[in-house]
Ligand binder design. Structure first.
Ligand code: AMP
Length: 222
């Protein structure tokens, strides 16, 4: 099954995608993670992308789209994949349609996560991620803290705050871009009849893990 994770920053896209990926074997393809890995490894792509990411801006399509197209050529995507952080604009969605059409594939499900905005900002500021790029586990200091402060439960590496999560200015910029450029994608995919909207919030006491469990049960039942 080919899935897209949609939702503003801090709604838990990575968490939900990670759980579904672990249970199904469909790779989680996070464009943000691919960029961060390239930045850490100081590749040419990483250096180019970093100038935009640090400011909370979108990386241009000339860099992002071929990177995703190449990743979708890899064999582990044959049975399915979970895109996390792509597409982020209507143009990217149209380019993704073209890439998939060539492979006789389509998007089967768009998981649209919603969270109240004030909660979203708090979640981003308290998010910590594993510094080990092979692990990438995500924690929240309030809702999902690690067992030992500052250390990843899964692999023992140090937890860090993403640079673009520590500046309120960059966070607001990213949320503004989300509202303007990414949110309209929900309608784009709604027209294709593939959107599944789920709220993740303390208001209804629903975590990403609950959403992932429900979706996995539905996928199994199909
Ligand atoms: P994320 O981890 O998804 O929050 O992405 C971190 C940053 O990487 C974003 O703020 C953008 O600067 C960049 N980025 C990730 N995915 C995309 C994309 N599909 N198009 C453009 N820029 C992206």
């Amino acid at each position: 099954m080919n899935i897209i994770m949609m939702g503003a920053q801090g709604t838990g896209k990575g968490t939900v995608a990670g759980i579904i990926s672990e249970k199904t074997g469909w790779p989680q393809i996070s464009t943000g993670d691919i960029f961060r890995k390239n930045i850490e490894e100081k590749t040419e792509l990483g250096e180019k992308a970093n100038t935009y990411i640090a400011k909370g801006e979108l990386v241009p399509d000339e860099i992002t789209v071929p990177m995703v197209a190449n990743r979708l050529n890899e064999k582990d995507t044959l049975d399915g994949f979970i895109l996390d952080g792509f597409p982020r604009t209507i143009e990217q969605a149209q380019k993704l349609d073209d890439i998939l059409k060539e492979k006789n594939k389509k998007i089967d499900m768009v998981i649209n996560l919603t969270t109240p905005r004030d909660e979203t900002i708090k979640r981003i500021l308290t998010r910590r991620v594993c510094s080990n790029q092979e692990c990438k586990a995500t924690y929240n200091l309030v809702m999902n803290p690690p067992k030992v402060e500052g250390i990843c439960d899964k692999c023992g590496a140090n937890l860090v705050q993403r640079k673009d999560d520590s500046s309120e200015e960059a966070i607001n910029k990213r949320l503004e871009i989300y509202d303007k450029q990414t949110r309209p994608l929900v309608d784009y995919y709604q027209e294709k009849g593939v959107v599944r909207t789920e709220e993740v919030s303390t208001r209804i006491n629903r975590l990403g893990i609950d959403v992932a469990t429900d979706i996995l049960n539905d996928i199994k039942g199909e």
